[in-house]
Design a protein around this ligand. Structure first.
Ligand code: ACO
Length: 322
């Protein structure tokens, strides 16, 4: 049994925050942000909007593309680390409620920017084991709401988005998810994290913010993504020339370019959305995938390499015959 992506969808909040807007709020410049990151603008969720709302919108579009109803699903996995509305329960059951699908497993996976790849890998294992037929996999985050209002190093990076895919069981050979590869290394926790208030002190702290040692994160991201690309190719015994599209996590154009170089891929075969979306954490890979599917760049039968790197550190990849 194989698992195949039969629908993709994405959602971006209406409000945008451009580099010119940021120049009015913090000491920065369009030139600095563009040169260091490649980001020009990002979408920012409204205060009333939740990760579950965004994920539900993306899911409805993926279901529509797949020609399926929500009641056709037998599992929902939501990759997120920013469902602020409650610690208990997580966001996936809210998506389930809004989609109106009773009595199927729905749960969150917290792997920061790698949340979608980790969720996709779990869904793939369920389908290949014969324990599920159609799984909704969502990556959604609103990290723009977790940055300190005076921290120019993080404020420029993050935007909000949700992306979704429907993964379906198929008997077809050589199609769908070929392999997924996941890694975590907890020794790096302090380089990129968002602490919560200490136990018993929740009432005394209003908000906690993302702390990032950007330069160190950058170097490790480049190293680990290069390693995982190599691992994915070697595991499947395929040559880098066989990859049609790289769909990378959208954190920094220089990190993306370094991974593309490792694959000898021209940037024309790399899906880039970060110029307009910023880093949308778990939302970034499925949103980029959906954009390239809907505008016709990604075609059925092509070979895709998806990869992500995030807080933890966590990192992962998926090789897909689309
Ligand atoms: N505007 C202008 N100047 C700035 C800004 C800004 N927004 N931010 C920092 N600077 C200054 C710094 O203060 C520093 O000044 P100094 O030299 O006088 O001290 C200078 O610019 C250089 O700062 P660096 O931090 O060394 O800049 P760097 O080239 O590393 O770029 C960046 C910073 C863009 C954050 C980069 O390190 C990066 O992208 N890191 C990776 C982030 C990432 O990939 N995260 C992935 C996972 S996210 C997740 O999991 C949630």
């Amino acid at each position: 049994m194989n698992s195949k992506i039969v629908g993709t969808g994405s959602y971006l909040p209406e409000k945008t925050l451009t580099n010119a807007d940021l120049e009015k709020i913090i000491e920065t410049s369009d030139q600095w942000i563009t040169e260091r990151t490649g980001i020009k603008s990002r979408h920012i969720a409204d205060k009333n909007e939740t990760v579950a709302d965004m994920g539900t919108e993306a899911a409805l579009k993926a279901l529509e593309m797949a020609g399926l109803k929500a009641t056709d699903l037998d599992m929902i996995i939501l990759g997120t680390t920013s469902f602020f509305e409650s610690n208990i329960p997580g966001g996936a059951v809210h998506v389930q409620r809004m989609l109106g699908v009773p009595n199927i497993p729905a749960f969150d996976i917290a792997a920061a920017c790698s949340g979608f790849i980790f969720s996709l890998s779990i869904a793939d294992q369920y389908i290949k084991a014969g324990n599920a037929k159609r799984i909704l996999v969502i990556g959604a985050d609103m990290l723009s709401h977790m940055v300190a209002p005076d921290d120019r190093t993080t404020m420029i990076l993050f935007g909000d988005a949700a992306g979704a895919v429907i993964l379906e069981a198929t008997d077809e050979q050589d199609t769908g998810i070929i392999s997924t590869h996941l890694h975590s290394e907890g020794n790096y926790v302090d380089l990129l994290h968002c602490p919560t208030p200490k136990r018993g002190e929740a009432d005394t702290v209003d908000t906690s913010y993302i702390h990032m040692k950007g330069n160190e994160v950058f170097k490790i991201a480049v190293t680990k993504l290069s390693e995982i690309v190599k691992e994915t190719l070697e595991h499947n015994n395929i040559d880098k020339s066989e990859i049609d599209w790289l769909v990378p996590h959208q954190a920094n154009l220089r990190i993306i370019a370094a991974t593309a170089k490792k694959l000898d891929m021209p940037m024309e075969r790399v899906v880039v959305t970060l110029d307009q979306h910023g880093n949308t954490s778990a939302g970034s890979v499925p949103t980029a995938l959906d954009f390239a599917v809907r505008d016709g760049r990604i075609q059925r039968g092509q070979t895709l390499l998806l990869e992500a790197f995030g807080s933890g550190f966590t990192w992962g990849s998926a090789l897909i015959k689309f």
